[in-house]
Design a protein around this ligand. Structure first.
Ligand code: HEM
Length: 190
């Protein structure tokens, strides 16, 4: 199997993933109540929601055949409402990575899709430690049992894209910026 692009993405974003994972785990540890969980979801919603609208302009079912099946922020929107929270605005372009072609969009989507892998850990902690009902954890549950297979299918689509060296660099820098800006957004809110 050709893993050239996704291997490069993983290597180049490793550090920013680690930083992000650490700040999210700290945030989860500080959760004391449903209100704090709502706050965590609001942070995800505003960032992921903003990104999703930018990505949508460049990636459709033609570029990614199972696009419609993939997790969308509507889930976290409903999770927030199900706990009586207020759905915040999504972030505007100035606070998001630069996305002005489908290579940038795929770099950002790599981060969004990859977050389903960590999402199962988040879901378990919230369910077990804080008794958040399953019906309000749909976003972090992601694809449930299908999470690993959905991830593998996504990686195949990404590795099959036609691109030159410069376009590979565009995907990598967009992915890394997507991690970095999310880190900044979390720091601003905690
Ligand atoms: C508590 C928070 C998190 C934990 C514990 C966590 C943990 C993990 C784990 C265990 C993997 C799988 C590694 C592998 O199978 O090789 C992974 C991969 C990944 N995670 Fe996270 N993660 C967290 C948060 C996030 C968030 C918030 C994002 C993005 C916004 C993210 C993006 C990714 C990406 C893109 C990958 C794929 C790496 C690759 O194999 O190319 N993670 N994470």
């Amino acid at each position: 199997m050709n893993n050239e692009i996704t291997d490069k993405l993983k290597a180049h974003t490793l550090l920013n993933h680690q930083i992000l994972e650490k700040s999210i785990i700290e945030m989860i540890k500080r959760i004391q109540s449903e209100k704090d969980y709502i706050r965590l979801m609001q942070i995800f919603y505003s960032y992921f929601g903003g990104l999703e609208s930018l990505i949508k302009a460049y990636i459709n079912s033609e570029k990614l055949p199972d696009n419609l099946k993939r997790r969308k922020v509507g889930l976290v929107y409903n999770d927030i409402l199900s706990l009586g929270g207020v759905v915040p605005k999504t972030l505007s372009k100035e606070n998001l990575p630069l996305i002005n072609n489908h290579f940038h969009a795929f770099g950002a989507l790599y981060v969004l899709e990859g977050s389903t892998l960590g999402g199962s850990h988040i879901e378990n902690i919230l369910k077990i430690k804080y008794s958040i009902p399953e019906s309000s954890l749909t976003f972090f549950r992601g694809y449930g049992q299908e999470t690993v297979s959905m991830w593998n299918i996504f990686k195949v689509s990404l590795n099959e894209l036609t691109m030159d060296e410069n376009e590979v660099l565009q995907i990598i820098s967009a992915a890394d910026e997507t991690f970095a800006r999310f880190n900044q957004w979390i720091n601003k809110n905690t």
